[in-house]
Design a protein around this ligand. Structure first.
Ligand code: UD1
Ligand code: CA
Length: 484
């Protein structure tokens, strides 16, 4: 798992000796996504939703974790490995999903965080707040995360007593108009006392609008048994967005991008127009990096200090060293290693290539499966012909070499240190160091030819346009000049 670049120490010190477990439920069908991909594998900033949640969970001390999956669990299990999984089949509701983890939680003595795989933006800070509340002196059986939403449609409502303790959660579908008027919503996430949790779940029935076993019912059940329940409220409603539709996914992506932009700036990068820069969850930027508008980072990018990324670049799987200048309009594909002070210019594509210190590839080039030595200059339009339809082959360009414009380097091929290739050459065999190589037809020159050509053509055109041209006797007026 790629480490976060922010400066939070992890794992954090436990607040008490009480143990913590986490059950992440992700067995729902996700039908509202209308997708062949399981909902929790849809990506936010280049990482599966559920991966974000597990990443945050890494930041708290968690003694046991399990992900509850549905019938076709394979792909999700692979994604969450080595976190263990268990199966809920068929999915009969959120309470039933948590019950599916009973075996894994056997003999667990501590607090259980119940997280939803489709609520991926939850932060470790909020998880910790919920655990702290769970461990308070009034010893609530269940702590529920509440939030106030602008759009409350679909969310369960938190029903409070007059003193403000939590009495029940009413699902939106089952709520009366008065209950729907409650603005405090259920984020779905809970911290429960592991000793009481499964007894409460056993008492849940499916007597409701969806004929499902609702996790939310454990609150009223706990109250009826004389336990207290509490609310931990988050002021950031965007942290608890439940992703049910593609529209929700887009909102979650926007929230995550905003977090990543803030993080980049907090760590010392300038984003000239933050809203137009798209990060991957793992993008690492050094200090004094400048990112111009419309730049998109895919996964696996590390950028050193003082790098200047000009507008309209697409960068993935690449390492860029200090002082390099990239773009505008550059594409760095996986395996690009850009050395210090290298210049990669407009309409240049680099793939699986090492560009050493100070080399320049400034215009309209493709450099793939290659090494470009330090200080080499790659002329406009240079192409490494790295693929013959079957195999990829390597191009090696020595330090200080000068590759003339429009050179085609047919790999495998090597150009020695300091060598020069003539513009337009097609290089198929290795070029020794410090030599000149030219591969092009000898230039043909005919003095005055162009002027004569124009005179002749002009005369032909005039004859053709004349009123009594030879056309009248059926001959074509346009003569082909055999000398052409
Ligand atoms: C749930 C809450 C609702 C809350 C909302 C917050 C319940 C009954 N309702 O509603 O109060 O406001 O989340 O986003 O808990 N799942 C299973 N197995 C199942 C059903 C669901 O694992 O049988 C998982 C889903 O994969 C998902 C999560 O539980 O990760 C929530 O299920 P979903 O159907 O999306 O619940 P909501 O209707 O959003
Ligand atoms: Ca949901």
């Amino acid at each position: 798992m790629v480490r976060r670049t922010d400066d939070r120490a992890k794992p954090r010190t436990p607040m008490t000796s009480t143990k913590t477990a986490a059950i992440i439920i992700a067995a729902g069908m996700g039908t509202r996504m209308k997708s062949s991909l399981p909902k929790v594998l849809h990506e936010i900033a280049g990482r599966a939703m559920i991966g974000h949640l597990l990443d945050q969970l890494e930041e708290i001390v968690c003694d046991r974790k399990v992900v509850v999956l549905g019938a076709d669990a394979g792909a999700i299990a692979e994604t969450v490995a080595p976190v263990p999984t268990t199966v809920q089949d068929p999915p009969l509701g959120t309470a039933d999903a948590v019950l599916a983890a009973r075996q894994v939680m056997a003999k667990f003595d501590g607090d259980v965080l119940i997280l939803f795989g489709d609520t991926p933006l939850l932060t470790a800070t909020t998880m910790e707040r919920m655990l702290t509340r769970r461990r308070a002196d009034d010893n609530p059986a269940v702590v529920v995360l509440g939030f106030r939403a602008d759009d409350t449609t679909g969310y369960g409502r938190l029903v409070q007593s007059e003193e403000g303790s939590l009495e029940a959660i009413v699902e939106y579908r089952d709520a009366t108009p008065e209950e729907r008027a409650i603005s405090l919503c259920n984020a779905g996430i809970m911290a429960a006392d592991g000793k009481r949790l499964f007894m409460l779940l056993d008492a849940v029935s499916n007597n409701n609008a969806k004929d499902e076993y609702y996790l939310t019912d454990i609150v009223a059940i706990a109250r009826s048994q004389g336990h207290t329940c509490a609310i931990a409220e988050t002021s950031d409603q965007r942290e608890v967005i439940g992703v049910n539709t593609r529209g929700d996914l887009a909102i979650a992506e926007a929230v995550m991008q905003e977090r990543l932009r803030k993080r980049a700036m907090a760590n010392g990068a300038t984003l000239r127009d933050p809203d137009t820069v798209y990060f991957s969850f793992d993008t690492k930027l050094g200090q004094d990096v400048i990112v111009s508008p419309q730049v998109c980072f895919g996964p696996g990018v590390t950028v050193g200090d003082a790098v200047n990324i000009r507008a309209f670049c697409h960068i993935e799987g690449s390492d860029i060293a200090t002082g390099a200048v990239i773009g505008p309009f550059a594409r760095l594909r996986p395996g690009s290693q850009i050395g210090a002070d290298v210049h990669i210019g407009n309409f240049v594509e680099i793939k699986q290539a090492l560009i050493e210190t100070g080399a320049k590839v400034n215009h309209l080039s493709y450099v793939g499966d290659a090494r470009v030595g330090a200080g080499a200059n790659i002329g406009a339009g240079t192409i490494t012909c790295n693929y013959d339809g079957f195999f990829k082959a390597h191009t090696d360009i020595g330090a200080g070499a000068f590759i003339g414009s429009n050179t085609a380097l047919v790999a495998p091929v090597a150009v020695g240190d300091g060598a020069i290739t003539g513009a337009g050459s097609v290089i198929t065999t290795d070029v020794p160091a410090n030599s000149l190589v030219l591969e092009r037809a000898k230039q043909v020159q005919k003095g005055g030819w162009a002027a004569q050509f124009r005179l002749r053509k002009k005369a032909e055109k005039e004859a053709a346009e004349a009123p009594h041209s030879t056309d009248a006797v059926g001959k074509t007026p346009v003569r082909r000049n055999k000398e052409n």
